[in-house]
Write a protein that binds this ligand. Structure first.
Ligand SMILES: [Zn+2]
Ligand SMILES: [Zn+2]
Ligand SMILES: [Zn+2]
Length: 411
Protein backbone atom coordinates (compact mmCIF):
# COMPACT_ATOMS: atom_id res chain seq x y z
CA UNK A 1 0.00 0.00 0.00
CA UNK A 2 1.29 3.41 -0.91
CA UNK A 3 0.29 6.55 0.98
CA UNK A 4 -0.18 9.72 -1.05
CA UNK A 5 -1.12 13.28 -0.18
CA UNK A 6 -4.77 13.90 -1.03
CA UNK A 7 -3.96 17.14 -2.86
CA UNK A 8 -7.24 18.79 -1.89
CA UNK A 9 -7.48 22.51 -2.51
CA UNK A 10 -9.86 23.20 0.37
CA UNK A 11 -8.44 24.17 3.74
CA UNK A 12 -11.62 22.82 5.33
CA UNK A 13 -10.82 19.35 3.93
CA UNK A 14 -7.02 19.15 4.23
CA UNK A 15 -5.09 22.08 5.75
CA UNK A 16 -1.70 20.73 4.66
CA UNK A 17 -2.53 20.20 0.98
CA UNK A 18 -4.50 23.46 0.89
CA UNK A 19 -1.46 25.34 2.20
CA UNK A 20 0.63 23.95 -0.65
CA UNK A 21 -2.13 24.84 -3.09
CA UNK A 22 -2.25 28.39 -1.70
CA UNK A 23 1.49 28.80 -2.16
CA UNK A 24 1.38 27.37 -5.68
CA UNK A 25 -1.47 29.73 -6.54
CA UNK A 26 0.60 32.61 -5.18
CA UNK A 27 3.39 31.64 -7.58
CA UNK A 28 1.00 31.35 -10.52
CA UNK A 29 -0.40 34.85 -9.86
CA UNK A 30 2.96 36.45 -9.05
CA UNK A 31 4.69 34.88 -12.08
CA UNK A 32 2.12 36.51 -14.34
CA UNK A 33 2.82 39.89 -12.77
CA UNK A 34 6.59 39.97 -12.53
CA UNK A 35 7.87 36.97 -14.50
CA UNK A 36 9.58 33.87 -13.20
CA UNK A 37 13.02 32.36 -13.59
CA UNK A 38 12.98 28.60 -14.26
CA UNK A 39 13.54 26.65 -11.04
CA UNK A 40 15.20 23.68 -12.75
CA UNK A 41 17.52 24.06 -15.78
CA UNK A 42 15.43 24.68 -18.88
CA UNK A 43 12.31 24.48 -16.71
CA UNK A 44 8.91 24.83 -18.32
CA UNK A 45 7.88 27.11 -15.44
CA UNK A 46 9.65 30.19 -16.80
CA UNK A 47 7.65 33.35 -17.54
CA UNK A 48 9.51 36.26 -19.19
CA UNK A 49 10.26 39.25 -16.94
CA UNK A 50 8.81 41.51 -19.61
CA UNK A 51 5.27 40.76 -18.36
CA UNK A 52 6.03 43.23 -15.56
CA UNK A 53 5.71 46.00 -18.15
CA UNK A 54 2.30 44.95 -19.50
CA UNK A 55 -0.87 46.88 -18.59
CA UNK A 56 -2.48 45.07 -15.68
CA UNK A 57 -5.31 45.73 -13.22
CA UNK A 58 -7.00 44.06 -10.28
CA UNK A 59 -10.76 43.96 -10.81
CA UNK A 60 -13.41 43.01 -8.26
CA UNK A 61 -16.80 42.14 -9.67
CA UNK A 62 -19.66 41.86 -7.22
CA UNK A 63 -23.17 40.49 -6.90
CA UNK A 64 -26.15 42.83 -7.18
CA UNK A 65 -28.48 43.31 -4.23
CA UNK A 66 -31.04 40.59 -3.58
CA UNK A 67 -32.50 42.46 -0.61
CA UNK A 68 -31.17 44.63 2.22
CA UNK A 69 -28.80 42.80 4.59
CA UNK A 70 -27.09 43.94 7.79
CA UNK A 71 -23.67 45.43 7.07
CA UNK A 72 -20.53 45.67 9.16
CA UNK A 73 -18.67 48.96 9.34
CA UNK A 74 -18.16 52.22 11.16
CA UNK A 75 -21.32 53.75 9.72
CA UNK A 76 -24.87 52.89 10.79
CA UNK A 77 -26.04 49.71 9.07
CA UNK A 78 -29.09 50.86 7.05
CA UNK A 79 -30.37 54.43 6.88
CA UNK A 80 -34.05 55.24 7.23
CA UNK A 81 -35.22 56.05 3.74
CA UNK A 82 -38.76 55.58 2.55
CA UNK A 83 -41.22 53.53 4.56
CA UNK A 84 -40.13 52.43 8.04
CA UNK A 85 -41.39 48.87 7.60
CA UNK A 86 -41.58 46.56 4.61
CA UNK A 87 -44.79 44.95 3.35
CA UNK A 88 -44.20 42.11 5.83
CA UNK A 89 -44.19 44.58 8.72
CA UNK A 90 -40.45 44.07 9.30
CA UNK A 91 -38.28 47.07 10.17
CA UNK A 92 -36.70 48.41 6.97
CA UNK A 93 -33.81 50.20 8.67
CA UNK A 94 -31.08 49.52 11.24
CA UNK A 95 -29.04 52.21 12.97
CA UNK A 96 -26.62 49.86 14.71
CA UNK A 97 -22.92 49.81 13.93
CA UNK A 98 -22.07 46.13 13.48
CA UNK A 99 -18.65 44.65 14.14
CA UNK A 100 -17.17 42.26 11.56
CA UNK A 101 -17.73 39.19 13.68
CA UNK A 102 -21.38 39.91 14.53
CA UNK A 103 -23.82 37.14 13.70
CA UNK A 104 -26.30 39.56 12.19
CA UNK A 105 -23.91 40.72 9.44
CA UNK A 106 -24.95 39.39 6.02
CA UNK A 107 -28.43 38.40 7.18
CA UNK A 108 -31.43 40.10 5.57
CA UNK A 109 -33.57 42.65 7.36
CA UNK A 110 -36.60 40.73 6.13
CA UNK A 111 -36.48 37.05 5.11
CA UNK A 112 -39.59 37.45 3.00
CA UNK A 113 -38.27 40.43 1.06
CA UNK A 114 -34.95 38.74 0.29
CA UNK A 115 -34.89 37.26 -3.21
CA UNK A 116 -33.51 33.77 -2.48
CA UNK A 117 -34.34 32.40 -5.93
CA UNK A 118 -32.72 35.41 -7.57
CA UNK A 119 -29.59 34.90 -5.48
CA UNK A 120 -29.23 31.22 -6.45
CA UNK A 121 -30.06 31.88 -10.12
CA UNK A 122 -27.51 34.68 -10.24
CA UNK A 123 -24.88 32.29 -8.85
CA UNK A 124 -25.63 29.85 -11.62
CA UNK A 125 -24.93 32.59 -14.18
CA UNK A 126 -21.59 33.78 -12.77
CA UNK A 127 -19.32 31.63 -14.99
CA UNK A 128 -21.18 32.83 -18.10
CA UNK A 129 -21.16 36.43 -16.84
CA UNK A 130 -17.40 36.27 -16.56
CA UNK A 131 -16.96 34.61 -19.97
CA UNK A 132 -19.02 37.37 -21.58
CA UNK A 133 -17.21 40.07 -19.62
CA UNK A 134 -13.96 38.99 -21.28
CA UNK A 135 -15.62 39.07 -24.75
CA UNK A 136 -17.12 42.50 -24.02
CA UNK A 137 -13.72 43.73 -22.84
CA UNK A 138 -12.32 43.06 -26.32
CA UNK A 139 -15.21 45.03 -27.84
CA UNK A 140 -14.74 47.88 -25.37
CA UNK A 141 -11.01 47.98 -26.11
CA UNK A 142 -11.84 48.52 -29.80
CA UNK A 143 -14.47 51.18 -29.12
CA UNK A 144 -12.56 53.11 -26.46
CA UNK A 145 -9.24 52.63 -28.26
CA UNK A 146 -10.71 54.19 -31.44
CA UNK A 147 -12.22 57.10 -29.53
CA UNK A 148 -8.94 57.81 -27.80
CA UNK A 149 -6.50 57.47 -30.64
CA UNK A 150 -8.77 58.89 -33.34
CA UNK A 151 -7.85 55.93 -35.55
CA UNK A 152 -10.65 53.45 -36.17
CA UNK A 153 -9.80 50.17 -34.44
CA UNK A 154 -12.06 47.21 -35.16
CA UNK A 155 -12.77 44.33 -32.79
CA UNK A 156 -10.96 42.18 -35.32
CA UNK A 157 -7.83 44.33 -35.08
CA UNK A 158 -8.01 44.10 -31.32
CA UNK A 159 -8.24 40.30 -31.49
CA UNK A 160 -5.27 40.24 -33.88
CA UNK A 161 -3.13 42.50 -31.73
CA UNK A 162 -4.23 41.92 -28.15
CA UNK A 163 -4.96 39.10 -25.78
CA UNK A 164 -6.77 39.56 -22.48
CA UNK A 165 -5.03 37.25 -20.00
CA UNK A 166 -6.34 36.74 -16.51
CA UNK A 167 -6.34 34.77 -13.30
CA UNK A 168 -9.37 34.99 -11.05
CA UNK A 169 -10.70 33.65 -7.76
CA UNK A 170 -14.15 33.57 -6.23
CA UNK A 171 -14.83 34.83 -2.71
CA UNK A 172 -17.98 34.06 -0.75
CA UNK A 173 -19.24 37.07 1.17
CA UNK A 174 -21.13 37.04 4.43
CA UNK A 175 -24.48 37.33 2.64
CA UNK A 176 -23.57 34.15 0.77
CA UNK A 177 -22.96 35.69 -2.66
CA UNK A 178 -19.70 35.35 -4.57
CA UNK A 179 -17.41 38.15 -5.65
CA UNK A 180 -14.78 37.61 -8.32
CA UNK A 181 -11.29 39.01 -7.88
CA UNK A 182 -9.41 39.00 -11.16
CA UNK A 183 -5.94 40.04 -12.23
CA UNK A 184 -6.40 41.08 -15.86
CA UNK A 185 -3.37 41.67 -18.09
CA UNK A 186 -3.07 42.82 -21.70
CA UNK A 187 -0.66 40.89 -23.92
CA UNK A 188 0.37 41.29 -27.52
CA UNK A 189 -0.35 38.39 -29.88
CA UNK A 190 2.78 36.59 -31.07
CA UNK A 191 2.36 32.86 -31.55
CA UNK A 192 2.70 30.82 -28.39
CA UNK A 193 4.89 33.13 -26.34
CA UNK A 194 3.98 36.22 -24.36
CA UNK A 195 4.63 39.51 -26.16
CA UNK A 196 4.22 43.16 -25.22
CA UNK A 197 0.96 44.78 -26.39
CA UNK A 198 1.00 47.73 -28.83
CA UNK A 199 1.53 51.12 -27.22
CA UNK A 200 -2.07 52.34 -27.72
CA UNK A 201 -3.27 49.66 -25.29
CA UNK A 202 -2.28 50.95 -21.85
CA UNK A 203 -3.46 50.40 -18.28
CA UNK A 204 -5.91 53.29 -18.33
CA UNK A 205 -7.57 51.89 -21.46
CA UNK A 206 -7.77 48.41 -19.91
CA UNK A 207 -9.33 49.86 -16.76
CA UNK A 208 -11.97 51.75 -18.74
CA UNK A 209 -12.65 48.74 -20.97
CA UNK A 210 -13.31 46.44 -18.00
CA UNK A 211 -15.62 49.00 -16.41
CA UNK A 212 -17.47 49.40 -19.68
CA UNK A 213 -17.74 45.63 -20.23
CA UNK A 214 -18.88 44.88 -16.67
CA UNK A 215 -21.59 47.52 -16.95
CA UNK A 216 -22.99 46.13 -20.20
CA UNK A 217 -22.80 42.39 -19.77
CA UNK A 218 -26.00 40.45 -19.06
CA UNK A 219 -27.05 36.80 -19.05
CA UNK A 220 -30.68 35.80 -19.36
CA UNK A 221 -31.92 33.33 -16.78
CA UNK A 222 -34.34 30.50 -17.49
CA UNK A 223 -36.93 31.68 -14.96
CA UNK A 224 -39.46 34.48 -15.40
CA UNK A 225 -37.55 36.45 -18.04
CA UNK A 226 -34.93 37.40 -15.48
CA UNK A 227 -31.50 38.74 -16.39
CA UNK A 228 -28.27 38.40 -14.39
CA UNK A 229 -25.86 41.34 -14.22
CA UNK A 230 -22.92 42.34 -12.06
CA UNK A 231 -23.59 44.45 -8.99
CA UNK A 232 -23.05 48.20 -9.08
CA UNK A 233 -20.08 47.95 -6.77
CA UNK A 234 -17.15 47.50 -9.14
CA UNK A 235 -13.54 48.03 -8.30
CA UNK A 236 -10.85 48.23 -10.97
CA UNK A 237 -7.42 49.47 -9.92
CA UNK A 238 -3.80 49.25 -11.04
CA UNK A 239 -1.56 46.82 -9.15
CA UNK A 240 1.19 48.54 -7.18
CA UNK A 241 2.48 45.53 -5.29
CA UNK A 242 2.50 42.20 -7.19
CA UNK A 243 3.34 40.13 -4.08
CA UNK A 244 0.43 41.61 -2.18
CA UNK A 245 -1.99 41.06 -5.07
CA UNK A 246 -0.79 37.44 -5.34
CA UNK A 247 -1.32 36.89 -1.61
CA UNK A 248 -4.77 38.41 -1.86
CA UNK A 249 -5.86 36.03 -4.61
CA UNK A 250 -4.11 32.96 -3.18
CA UNK A 251 -5.92 33.44 0.12
CA UNK A 252 -9.30 32.87 -1.51
CA UNK A 253 -8.19 29.93 -3.63
CA UNK A 254 -8.36 27.47 -0.72
CA UNK A 255 -11.70 28.62 0.65
CA UNK A 256 -15.14 27.05 0.42
CA UNK A 257 -18.56 28.55 0.97
CA UNK A 258 -18.55 26.85 4.39
CA UNK A 259 -15.58 28.97 5.52
CA UNK A 260 -17.87 31.99 5.52
CA UNK A 261 -21.26 30.35 6.04
CA UNK A 262 -20.39 28.08 8.94
CA UNK A 263 -21.88 24.60 9.01
CA UNK A 264 -22.19 24.35 5.23
CA UNK A 265 -20.17 21.26 4.22
CA UNK A 266 -17.37 21.60 1.67
CA UNK A 267 -18.72 18.68 -0.38
CA UNK A 268 -21.74 17.98 -2.49
CA UNK A 269 -24.83 16.92 -0.55
CA UNK A 270 -28.37 15.91 -1.38
CA UNK A 271 -31.87 16.47 -0.14
CA UNK A 272 -31.69 13.64 2.39
CA UNK A 273 -28.78 15.25 4.24
CA UNK A 274 -30.49 18.61 4.69
CA UNK A 275 -31.89 17.68 8.11
CA UNK A 276 -28.49 16.73 9.45
CA UNK A 277 -26.84 19.83 7.97
CA UNK A 278 -29.49 22.19 9.30
CA UNK A 279 -28.50 21.16 12.83
CA UNK A 280 -24.96 22.38 12.20
CA UNK A 281 -25.85 25.60 10.36
CA UNK A 282 -26.81 28.25 12.89
CA UNK A 283 -27.64 30.87 10.26
CA UNK A 284 -31.21 30.65 8.89
CA UNK A 285 -30.14 32.72 5.88
CA UNK A 286 -27.76 29.92 4.81
CA UNK A 287 -30.50 27.31 5.13
CA UNK A 288 -32.94 29.42 3.13
CA UNK A 289 -30.36 29.66 0.34
CA UNK A 290 -29.81 25.88 0.49
CA UNK A 291 -33.55 25.25 0.29
CA UNK A 292 -34.00 27.73 -2.57
CA UNK A 293 -31.24 25.93 -4.46
CA UNK A 294 -32.82 22.51 -3.88
CA UNK A 295 -36.26 23.78 -4.82
CA UNK A 296 -35.03 25.34 -8.07
CA UNK A 297 -33.00 22.25 -8.92
CA UNK A 298 -36.27 20.30 -9.29
CA UNK A 299 -37.92 22.74 -11.68
CA UNK A 300 -37.72 21.76 -15.36
CA UNK A 301 -36.58 25.26 -16.42
CA UNK A 302 -33.46 24.99 -14.27
CA UNK A 303 -32.50 21.48 -15.39
CA UNK A 304 -29.49 22.81 -17.31
CA UNK A 305 -28.05 24.73 -14.37
CA UNK A 306 -26.87 21.63 -12.46
CA UNK A 307 -28.07 23.17 -9.21
CA UNK A 308 -28.48 19.83 -7.42
CA UNK A 309 -24.74 19.16 -7.75
CA UNK A 310 -23.81 22.56 -6.34
CA UNK A 311 -26.05 23.06 -3.34
CA UNK A 312 -22.94 23.25 -1.12
CA UNK A 313 -21.89 26.31 -3.17
CA UNK A 314 -25.43 27.72 -3.26
CA UNK A 315 -25.75 27.18 -6.99
CA UNK A 316 -22.35 28.61 -7.97
CA UNK A 317 -20.74 26.03 -10.24
CA UNK A 318 -17.63 27.94 -11.22
CA UNK A 319 -14.15 27.03 -10.08
CA UNK A 320 -12.72 28.87 -7.14
CA UNK A 321 -9.56 29.71 -9.04
CA UNK A 322 -9.07 29.79 -12.81
CA UNK A 323 -6.69 31.36 -15.26
CA UNK A 324 -6.54 31.91 -18.98
CA UNK A 325 -4.04 29.76 -20.83
CA UNK A 326 -1.36 32.34 -21.47
CA UNK A 327 -1.51 34.23 -18.17
CA UNK A 328 1.23 32.31 -16.37
CA UNK A 329 2.54 28.83 -15.55
CA UNK A 330 -0.05 26.22 -14.60
CA UNK A 331 -0.35 24.52 -11.23
CA UNK A 332 0.39 21.23 -13.02
CA UNK A 333 3.68 22.63 -14.34
CA UNK A 334 4.64 23.78 -10.85
CA UNK A 335 3.91 20.29 -9.50
CA UNK A 336 5.98 18.69 -12.26
CA UNK A 337 8.88 21.03 -11.58
CA UNK A 338 8.68 20.24 -7.88
CA UNK A 339 8.81 16.50 -8.60
CA UNK A 340 11.83 16.95 -10.85
CA UNK A 341 13.56 19.16 -8.30
CA UNK A 342 12.94 16.62 -5.52
CA UNK A 343 14.22 13.73 -7.62
CA UNK A 344 17.39 15.65 -8.41
CA UNK A 345 17.89 16.70 -4.82
CA UNK A 346 17.41 13.13 -3.59
CA UNK A 347 19.82 11.79 -6.18
CA UNK A 348 22.46 14.28 -5.06
CA UNK A 349 21.88 13.55 -1.39
CA UNK A 350 21.56 9.77 -1.48
CA UNK A 351 23.72 9.27 -4.52
CA UNK A 352 21.14 7.07 -6.19
CA UNK A 353 18.58 7.79 -8.86
CA UNK A 354 15.02 8.17 -7.67
CA UNK A 355 12.97 5.29 -9.06
CA UNK A 356 9.80 7.42 -8.86
CA UNK A 357 11.22 9.93 -11.29
CA UNK A 358 10.94 7.09 -13.79
CA UNK A 359 13.23 8.51 -16.44
CA UNK A 360 16.00 5.91 -16.30
CA UNK A 361 16.02 3.10 -18.75
CA UNK A 362 15.39 -0.24 -17.16
CA UNK A 363 13.01 1.20 -14.55
CA UNK A 364 10.03 -1.08 -14.19
CA UNK A 365 6.87 1.01 -13.95
CA UNK A 366 3.94 -0.63 -12.19
CA UNK A 367 0.75 1.03 -13.31
CA UNK A 368 -1.72 -1.25 -11.63
CA UNK A 369 -2.83 0.92 -8.71
CA UNK A 370 -6.19 0.73 -7.03
CA UNK A 371 -7.71 3.32 -4.68
CA UNK A 372 -8.27 1.76 -1.24
CA UNK A 373 -9.37 4.58 1.02
CA UNK A 374 -8.54 8.09 2.17
CA UNK A 375 -7.42 8.81 5.71
CA UNK A 376 -5.25 6.81 8.09
CA UNK A 377 -5.42 3.07 8.81
CA UNK A 378 -4.41 3.44 12.47
CA UNK A 379 -5.12 6.08 15.07
CA UNK A 380 -1.41 6.24 15.94
CA UNK A 381 -0.58 7.18 12.32
CA UNK A 382 -3.20 9.91 12.32
CA UNK A 383 -1.83 11.30 15.56
CA UNK A 384 1.75 11.24 14.28
CA UNK A 385 0.70 12.94 11.04
CA UNK A 386 -1.16 15.66 12.94
CA UNK A 387 1.89 16.33 15.11
CA UNK A 388 4.19 16.48 12.10
CA UNK A 389 1.79 18.78 10.26
CA UNK A 390 1.71 21.13 13.27
CA UNK A 391 5.50 21.20 13.50
CA UNK A 392 5.73 21.75 9.80
CA UNK A 393 3.27 24.64 9.86
CA UNK A 394 5.15 26.25 12.76
CA UNK A 395 8.43 25.90 10.87
CA UNK A 396 6.89 27.39 7.74
CA UNK A 397 5.54 30.34 9.70
CA UNK A 398 8.99 30.93 11.23
CA UNK A 399 10.56 30.80 7.77
CA UNK A 400 7.93 33.21 6.48
CA UNK A 401 8.79 35.68 9.23
CA UNK A 402 12.46 35.55 8.27
CA UNK A 403 11.56 36.06 4.60
CA UNK A 404 9.31 38.98 5.42
CA UNK A 405 12.04 40.60 7.47
CA UNK A 406 14.54 40.06 4.68
CA UNK A 407 12.58 40.91 1.59
CA UNK A 408 9.87 43.17 2.92
CA UNK A 409 7.59 40.88 0.95
CA UNK A 410 4.36 39.42 2.19
CA UNK A 411 6.05 36.07 2.77
ZN1 LIG B 1 -4.20 16.41 1.83
ZN1 LIG C 1 -28.02 46.09 10.96
ZN1 LIG D 1 -40.35 42.14 3.95
Amino acid sequence: MLLLACGDRRAAVCPACAERYRRDTWHVVAAGLRGRAPSVPGGPDAVPDSVAGHPVVLATLTAPSFGAVHRAGARPCRKRVGPLVCEHAMRAWCDERHGDGERLVGRPLCWDCYDYSGHVLWHSAVPELWRRTVIYTYRALARLGSARSGIPITVRTVREQLRVSFVKVAEFQRRGAVHLHAVVRLDGVAGEGVAAPPAWADSALLEDAIRDAAGRVAVSLPVGGRVARWGEQLDVAPIADPARAASYLAKYATKTAGDVLSGLPPRRFGRREVGRISRRVDNPHTMLLVLACLRLSRTPECAGLRLAEHVHMLGFRGHFATKSRSYSVTLGTLRGVRRAWRARERAERVGAADPWAGQDEGTVVVRDWRFVASGWARLGDADLAATLARDHAAMRDAEDLVTVARAGDLW
